[in-house]
Design a protein around this ligand. Structure first.
Ligand code: ADP
Ligand code: MG
Length: 249
C-alpha cells in the first residue's frame, strides 16, 4: 500500500528523520512507536504533504507521491488525524465530519447552500454518510452541537469520524487515544478493529502499548529519526535495541 524509501527531513541541519524505510502492507494495522521526538509526527506530515521530506521517496499504491500538495494526496485516498486536535470549534459536529468529504463532492455544500436543486440531493447523501460516521463513534445525538462545547474525548472521536468518513485506502492516526480514559480507549480500539476488518489500511502512532499489542499486525520503531526495528508486536517487545531506546529516554 505504502512504501517509504529513505525518508529524511532536516530542520535547520538537525535531522528529525534520517533515511527511514519501511512498507505498510494493505489491509493491516502498522503501529509506529518510539520515544517523544523520534520523528513519528514528522513522518506522517511527510506522507500527507503537510511537510516535505528533504530526501527519499513516498510511494503510495505504486505511485511516487513525494512532495505532492496535501489536497492532492488526500484525494488519492490518504486521510489522517492530528496529534494536536484540529476540529473547527465554531462548526457543528456534523459539519466538521462533512469537511472529511471535500474532494468527494464536499465542495458542493456551498453550492447546496445557494439552493441549486441538482446539488441538494448530493448534499443529502453526504449528510447521511457523515451521520453514519458519527453514529459509529456514538456522536449521532451531538451532530448539531458546536464542536467547541464537546468534551475532549468526543472531539478526539470527531476527528476520527472526519478521517474515516471518506473511507480512505490509507488511514494515518497520530495518537488517537492520547488523553482518553479507559472506556473511551477501548471504544476507539474496537472501532479500529472494525476499520481493519472493513479492509482499511492503518498506520497508527500510539504510546498505549496494550492497544498496540492488541491490534497491530506489524510494529515499526523509530528512535532519533531512524527506524531501529520492524516486526510483529511480540518480536518488537523482546528486541533489546527497542528496550534500550525506551529505557535510555
Ligand atoms: P514525535 O512525533 O515522534 O514525538 P516529532 O516528529 O514531533 O516527534 O519531532 C521530531 C523532531 O523534529 C523533534 O526533535 C522536533 O523538535 C523536531 N521538529 C518537528 N517539527 C519541527 C519544525 N517544524 N521545526 C523544527 N523542528 C521540528
Ligand atoms: Mg508526535
Amino acid at each position: 500500500m505504502l512504501r517509504l524509501d529513505g525518508i529524511s527531513r532536516h530542520f535547520g541541519g538537525l535531522p528529525a528523520l534520517d533515511g527511514v524505510s519501511f512498507t505498510v502492507p494493505r489491509g493491516r494495522v502498522t503501529a509506529l512507536i518510539g520515544p517523544n521526538g523520534a520523528g513519528k509526527s514528522t513522518l506522517i506530515n511527510c506522507i500527507t504533504g503537510a511537510d516535505q521530506p528533504t530526501g527519499g521517496a513516498v510511494v503510495f499504491q505504486g505511485r511516487d507521491i513525494t512532495g505532492l500538495p496535501a489536497h492532492r494526496i488526500s484525494r488519492l485516498g490518504i486521510a489522517r488525524t492530528f496529534q494536536n486536535l484540529r476540529v473547527f470549534p465554531r462548526l457543528s459536529v456534523l459539519d466538521n465530519v462533512l469537511c472529511g468529504l471535500t474532494g468527494q463532492g464536499g465542495q458542493s455544500m456551498i453550492m447546496a447552500m445557494l439552493r441549486l436543486p441538482s446539488l441538494r440531493h448530493r448534499e443529502r447523501l453526504l449528510r447521511l454518510r457523515a451521520m453514519a460516521a458519527l453514529d459509529c463513534y456514538q456522536l449521532g445525538d451531538k451532530a448539531t452541537w458546536p464542536a467547541a462545547i464537546l468534551p475532549y474525548g468526543d472531539r478526539k472521536r470527531v476527528e476520527l469520524a472526519r478521517a474515516t468518513v471518506s473511507r480512505p485506502d490509507l488511514l494515518l492516526l497520530d495518537e488517537p487515544v492520547a488523553g482518553l480514559n479507559a472506556d473511551e480507549t477501548a471504544g476507539v480500539g474496537e472501532q479500529l478493529k472494525r476499520l481493519r476488518a472493513g479492509g482499511h489500511t492503518i498506520l497508527l502512532i500510539e504510546h498505549d502499548m496494550t492497544l498496540v499489542m492488541e491490534i497491530a499486525d506489524q510494529v515499526v520503531v523509530l528512535d532519533s529519526g531512524r527506524c531501529i526495528a520492524v516486526g510483529t508486536p511480540a518480536e518488537v517487545r523482546r528486541n533489546p535495541v527497542v528496550l534500550e531506546a525506551y529505557l535510555g529516554q
